[in-house]
Each structure stands twice: as structure tokens, then as C-alpha cells.
Ligand binder design. Structure first.
Ligand code: DAH
Length: 352
């Protein structure tokens, strides 16, 4: 703002207030932006500004001039305030119009829609199960995805030459000692035993990896949830009870189960737990017309595994289960190809 444009107002000047107001209004009207408005506001209305100086001078004036001077100051103040507000709105409107591409701004138009994301179905089921199990006194643990051969196999009663190693085609980390990408969440059983004193209950949800040819039911990366309970006199009855609670949590009602013998080196006895198909009464594509769904491998923790974890099998026993989270999500949402789960295709993910 060039200085010579400034109008100096002093009480003894006989300049007419109307002229002052007119000058102020012209300057305000011509202000090019909000910053200039601020300068003018300070100049006229700020502390030490023109109006303030006028008001401050009142006590020094002869009594007969005081009232008129006060009125003059207030008139200028009100006029400048109104002009500033009006110019500010005009500048803002212009900016909005420019932003909206120069067209008229229609305040009644609906706003741009904000897209909302959603949780991945595996995350959803993991969180539900974490809530369910923590409510039953389980702790939720995490373990490394790059795992030592010892935890993934040896400590689980699967020595080097054991044929069970072939059943889990493993990604070995070349040149990295005994590191593998964990083929299951079971290694966390031994890790849990090492870090917690029995009795305890734990679940470990996580990603696992298998080196296999992918197809609709096989994927190199998928999700499991390990469960482990160690305590005194833990029995198969406890195992079945926990599994039924799990299924009730997942499907929202009681589901009939049956146990078949299953072989896993780290449990003895080991079982395959089948659930009565929640989708049909007499056979459907999900249960392959059998009315049973193979769902949960499980068993009583092998004494050798307790020993690997530093727990005395003479005093403690336990059960373990390995829930296929990916498979569970597929069942729940009737997804026919496991590869959809991690493909990152929004057309798929937006459905959840
Ligand atoms: N870890 C096994 C797998 O991925 C599944 C499993 C079976 C886990 C039996 C268990 C169990 O805890 O008791 O094939």
C-alpha cells in the first residue's frame, strides 16, 4: 500500500468524516487480495490505527468537541468494518469460482464422494477370532515369517530325513544358514513355550509359505492360526470343547464336529477335525456332497515338542490346532479360488 495514499486523520483536522470514509471504502474495494485487506484493517482499525488514535485523542479535546469526534470515529469504524467484510466475501467467492473452473458455484450440488476402504476378509476373521480367544484367556502372539529350520521342523519332532518335510514344500533361504520361510505357524508353539511359563493359552495368526504350484486351491502364501494350550491334565475333551467354541464364534451357531485320526509329527494323538457342513443338509459343492468339511488339524502336543520348548512332559500336557484362516475365509464367503485373496484386485476386495 503506497504511503501517499494514506489518509491521516487527526481530531483537529477539519476534514470531513464522509470524505475519509469514502477514501477508505475505495481502498478497501480495490484491495486485490486478503493480505491487502489485512493491511488496511490494521491501518484503520488496529491498535494505534487511525480510528484508535481518534478515540484516544478525545480526552485531550475541548469538551464541546468530544462527542462529535467520538461519533465520527465510530462512524468511520462501522463503515470500514462493513466494507472489509464485504470485500473479503467477494474475494473468497471469486477464489471459489476460479477453483470450480470458472462456472457458477452451485452450493446445492452434492460433494465429491470420499471412497471408504474396508478391512481385508482375512483381517476381519483374524480380528474376530482374536476377540473370541482373548475372551477365553488366550494371548495373541506373533512370530517371525523367516524362521529357523529348528523351530519350523526339528523342534516340532520333524528331523532332517523325516518324510513329513516333503509334505511341506519349503522355501529355503539360500546361503542363510538354516533359515526358511515358515511353512506353518506351528513353530510358534515352541517359541511360546520358551517365553511363557505354563499354564498358558495362546493363538498365533500369521502368514505362511509353501513352494508349490499354484491353482484354485493352492497358493504359495496363505494364512493360518495356530492355537496352543498347555496346562495340567489337558485332555482331548478340552480340545473338542475349544474347537466347538471356535466354530460357534465363526458360524454364529453350534456346529456338529467329528474327529478322525490324522498324522502330524508334533501331536500324539493327532486328529483331523471335520465340521458338519454349515451350508447344506444333504450335500453341496462346498462339502463335495459329503456333508462334512475337513477344517482343523489338531491333537495333543507330543512330549518331544514340550521338551523342545523346555517344558517337562511328566508334569504338563497340552493340545494344539492349526486353523487354515484362508480356507475359513473361502468357506465363509464361498470364494472358489484361493488366489483371489492376495491378488490385490480391488474389484474383489471392494465386496467386503
Ligand atoms: N502345522 C500343520 C500344517 O500346517 C497344521 C497343524 C496340524 C497344526 C496339527 C497343529 C496341529 O497345531 O496340532 O499342516
Amino acid at each position: 500500500m503506497p504511503c501517499e495514499e494514506r489518509i491521516h486523520l487527526s481530531p483537529d483536522e477539519s476534514q470531513d468524516a464522509e470524505a475519509l470514509i469514502a477514501a477508505a471504502l475505495t481502498r478497501v474495494k480495490n484491495a486485490a487480495d486478503v493480505e491487502q485487506l489485512r493491511v488496511l484493517e490494521r491501518e484503520y482499525l488496529g491498535a494505534g490505527g487511525m480510528v484508535g488514535a481518534l478515540l484516544a485523542s478525545i480526552p485531550t479535546l475541548p469538551p464541546d468537541q468530544r462527542k462529535a469526534t467520538g461519533q465520527r470515529a465510530n462512524r468511520i469504524k462501522a463503515a470500514v468494518e462493513a466494507a472489509l467484510a464485504e470485500r473479503k466475501t467477494a474475494l473468497e467467492d471469486a477464489a471459489l469460482e476460479k477453483e470450480s473452473g470458472g462456472g457458477a458455484f452451485d452450493a446445492t450440488l452434492p460433494g465429491a464422494r470420499v471412497e471408504r476402504g474396508s478391512l481385508h476378509p482375512i483381517t476381519q476373521v483374524t480380528r474376530e477370532l482374536e476377540d473370541l480367544f482373548t475372551s477365553m484367556g488366550y494371548v495373541v502372539l506373533d512370530g517371525p515369517e523367516v524362521e529357523r529350520d529348528w523351530y519350523n521342523f526339528e523342534a516340532l519332532n520333524i528331523p532332517k530325513d523325516h518324510p513329513a518335510r516333503d509334505a511341506q514344500d519349503t522355501f529355503y533361504c539360500e546361503g542363510k544358514g538354516d533359515l526358511v520361510l515358515r511353512t506353518h505357524t506351528s513353530p510358534c508353539q515352541v517359541r511360546a513355550m520358551e517365553t511363557m511359563k505354563p499354564p498358558f493359552r495362546a493363538i498365533v495368526p500369521g502368514k505362511v509359505f509353501r513352494q508349490e504350484t499354484t491353482d484354485a486351491s493352492h497358493e504359495h502364501t496363505f494364512h493360518q492360526m495356530e492355537g496352543l494350550v498347555v496346562g495340567r491334565d489337558i485332555s482331548v475333551g478340552h480340545l473338542i470343547g475349544a474347537m466347538k467354541t471356535l466354530l460357534r464364534g465363526v458360524f454364529g451357531r453350534d456346529i456338529e464336529v467329528r474327529l478322525r485320526p490324522g498324522y502330524f509329527p508334533f501331536v500324539e494323538p493327532g486328529f483331523e477335525l471335520d465340521a458338519k457342513c454349515p451350508f447344506c443338509k444333504s450335500g453341496c459343492s462346498v462339502c463335495k456332497q459329503s456333508t462334512w468339511i475337513e477344517l482343523l488339524p489338531c491333537g495333543m502336543v507330543h512330549p518331544n515338542v514340550l521338551k523342545s520348548g523346555g517344558i517337562d512332559p511328566e508334569h504338563w500336557s497340552g493340545f494344539a490346532f492349526g486353523l487354515g484362516l484362508s480356507r475359513l475365509v473361502m468357506l465363509r464367503h464361498k470364494i472358489d479360488d484361493v488366489r483371489h485373496l492376495l491378488a490385490g484386485d480391488l474389484r474383489f476386495l471392494e465386496q467386503f
